[in-house]
Design a protein around this ligand. Structure first.
Ligand SMILES: NC(=O)c1ccc[n+]([C@@H]2O[C@H](COP(=O)([O-])OP(=O)(O)OC[C@H]3O[C@@H](n4cnc5c(N)ncnc54)[C@H](O)[C@@H]3O)[C@@H](O)[C@H]2O)c1
Ligand SMILES: O=c1ccn([C@@H]2O[C@H](COP(=O)(O)OP(=O)(O)O[C@H]3O[C@H](CO)[C@@H](O)[C@H](O)[C@H]3O)[C@@H](O)[C@H]2O)c(=O)[nH]1
Length: 337
């Protein structure tokens, strides 16, 4: 099949382009490069031996998206493109709603006009909000507590309404837990711009000497070691989850929701210890105050993805840290070196 990947130069997108090519698909990428570099695709091509077609296009520009669909026949879309920083979304809600919602509406309107009605969408565990018990199960009532999360929830609603109104659509909503790690080659990985918000990229930059120490946000939670628990998932497992979801919806219409996580929580200090093991030396850290908005613990109920997609995570937190470290060590400045 020919798959259009929006946001395909980004962290999860680039790994998924590689998985799609390895599964034999042709790939077309749309990205506006607001948070990524085309260098990732060059390296993906080096790994897979086949080049993806790249269009430097902003999804907010409907005419430009239209031109991509007019130029090549697309069979299905995996939609990653979006802004993703929770804190930034609180400060700049309009930018988040405009980019994520208008971009998605343009995309699905153009898809509909071109009779392309298969889409796999990047949602997030953040849609479960603060009110649900753990582990999170797909049938729970969702309700995000920040603008970024609300864009995910609203896009899930838009796609669900669309699937109900027009039964020709094949729709997969994938709720990711915490993606970390990198391709084991160390050639592609996460390249955050500015100060990393997320735990593992921050630890990696401390380990490589770009930052002084990790600040652990809160050591007094009601958890085994006092730090928060999250469900970390290797980005290559996550990429494979997209290929599985795409195959599932290919011959089924309707709207499907799956958690993509391991089903297991790990604490901040456990992740730090794994990373230290990968690096082979201690990583400086300090336990400091809690970060506003953090939940003490959450992880996925991952049984639906296993039952429906025959997909489950295969890699441990140790492997995530080893692979993340290989990428960071070989590319201390990310793609910028
Ligand atoms: N990384 C995580 O922790 C996480 C967790 C849950 C969900 N997600 C979601 O998964 C998706 C991919 O995340 P990622 O970590 O790879 O992020 P990323 O920032 O690396 O990738 C997103 C890509 O989308 C592009 N983009 C943004 N707005 C665009 C627009 N209007 N037009 C075209 N391209 C645009 C960016 O340039 C970037 O390459 C996002 O939708 C994100 O919200 C990520
Ligand atoms: O410098 C840091 C960064 C993070 N943490 C802690 O590490 C844990 C994980 O934090 P982080 O990596 O920022 O992930 P989450 O806050 O769980 O959020 C991520 O994972 C969600 C899905 O589970 C996505 O929706 C979000 O977009 C994504 O940022 C939390 O306890 C943080 O308090 C620190 O202690 N120090």
């Amino acid at each position: 099949m020919k798959i259009l990947v929006t946001g395909g130069t980004g962290y999860i997108g680039s790994h998924t382009v590689l998985s799609l090519q390895e599964a034999g698909h042709d790939v077309v990428v749309i990205d506006n490069l607001v948070n990524s570099s085309e260098e990732s695709l060059r390296r993906v091509a080096e790994l897979s031996g086949r080049a993806a077609e790249f269009h430097h296009v902003d999804l907010v520009d409907e005419a430009a998206v239209e031109r991509v669909f007019a130029a090549s026949p697309i069979d299905a879309v995996i939609h990653f493109a979006g802004l993703k920083a929770v804190g930034e979304s609180v400060r700049e809600p309009l930018r988040y709603y405009h980019n994520n919602l208008v971009g998605t509406l343009n995309l699905i309107r153009v898809m509909d006009r071109h009779d392309v009605r298969s889409i796999v969408f990047s949602s997030s565990a953040t849609v479960y909000g603060e009110h649900n018990p753990i582990p999170y199960v797909e049938k729970m009532e969702i309700g995000a507590n920040n603008p970024y999360g609300r864009t995910k929830e609203q896009i899930e609603d838009i796609l669900s309404d669309l699937g109900a109104a027009d039964t020709r659509w094949h729709i997969a909503l994938l709720r990711y837990f915490n993606p970390v790690g990198a391709h084991p080659s160390g050639r592609i990985g996460e390249d955050p711009q500015g100060i990393p918000n997320n735990l593992v990229p921050f630890i990696a930059q401390v380990a490589v000497g770009r930052r002084e120490k990790l600040m652990v946000f809160g050591g007094d939670y009601d958890t085994p070691d006092g730090t928060c628990l999250r469900d970390y998932i290797h980005v290559v497992d996550l990429a494979e989850g997209h290929v599985a979801a795409l195959n599932y919806v290919a011959d089924r219409t309707g709207v499907f929701r799956w958690n993509l996580g391991s089903g297991k929580g790990s604490s901040v200090l456990e992740v730090l210890r794994s990373f230290e093991k990968a690096v082979g030396q201690p990583i400086p850290y300090e336990i400091t105050g809690r970060r506003a908005g953090d939940l003490p613990a959450f992880w996925a109920d991952a049984t639906s993805a296993l039952a429906d997609l025959s997909w489950s995570t295969t890699k441990t937190v140790d492997q995530m840290c080893e692979d993340h470290w290989r990428w960071q060590k070989n590319n201390p400045q990310g793609y910028g070196n």
